[in-house]
Design a protein around this ligand. Structure first.
Ligand SMILES: Cc1cc2nc3c(=O)[nH]c(=O)nc-3n(C[C@H](O)[C@H](O)[C@H](O)COP(=O)(O)O)c2cc1C
Length: 185
């Protein structure tokens, strides 16, 4: 999709990134959202930081890449409620099985899940995981709970997964995610 077609000027997107090998693709996604004029606040879980450096997202988004719920007591950044309030879209790509479970259950043990509970913005999740994790009844039940709450999903694709299996669970490609962002905004 060309940048001309995707106009996100003055739109604020919280970009959540969770602990998946697909986390590296969030850098491309962030960069494309920025090109389209969006204001992007990246939030990485602790596990996401094992896969991608917060610095990459910080440089691409020109905003602090937040990782810690307690950062606001030490720094003069916007606090988690301000970030939640400012969002026009709460996007998590990749969304881990764990993050989907936390969201479905309304748990808030870290910054991303806390901002999730505090925002009124539409939520768009792009799951990425091993096919057995995706097909697990617990994951499917959690997805169903969220669908019933009008959460939006970008379906994972079928393909060769990083774990070596072939099947469903590959993060949707960035173009498909951007297409859905455009529909929602
Ligand atoms: C190499 C590796 C790759 C992983 N990839 C995924 C993945 O694609 N999706 C997923 O749901 N979990 C994956 N996990 C497991 C998660 O990182 C783990 O469940 C973690 O607790 C998720 O935390 P978070 O939701 O806070 O990011 C992976 C773990 C490892 C060690």
């Amino acid at each position: 999709m060309s940048v001309e077609k995707l106009n996100l000027k003055d739109r604020t997107i919280v970009l959540g990134i969770t602990g998946s090998i697909a986390a590296y693709k969030s850098a491309d996604l962030c960069s494309r959202l920025m090109e389209a004029g969006a204001k992007v606040y990246p939030i990485l879980t602790e596990s996401a930081c094992r896969f991608i450096q917060p610095l990459t997202l910080q440089i691409l988004s020109k905003n602090p890449a937040l990782t810690d719920l307690w950062y606001e007591s030490e720094h003069n950044h916007p606090n988690h409620i301000q970030i939640a309030d400012s969002a026009d879209l709460f996007l998590v790509a990749p969304a881990s099985a764990n993050c989907i479970a936390l969201f479905a259950q309304g748990l808030a043990p870290d910054l991303l899940s806390t901002v999730h509970l505090a925002t009124k913005a539409p939520v768009l999740l792009a799951p990425a995981m091993n096919g057995k994790m995706y097909d697990h009844p617990a994951t499917q039940a959690n997805i169903q709970i969220l669908r019933e709450r009008n959460y939006h999903f970008v379906e994972p694709e079928v393909g060769l997964l990083a774990c070596g299996y072939e099947g469903i669970g590959k993060l949707a490609n960035v173009e498909t995610i951007l297409e859905k962002v455009k529909d929602l905004l």
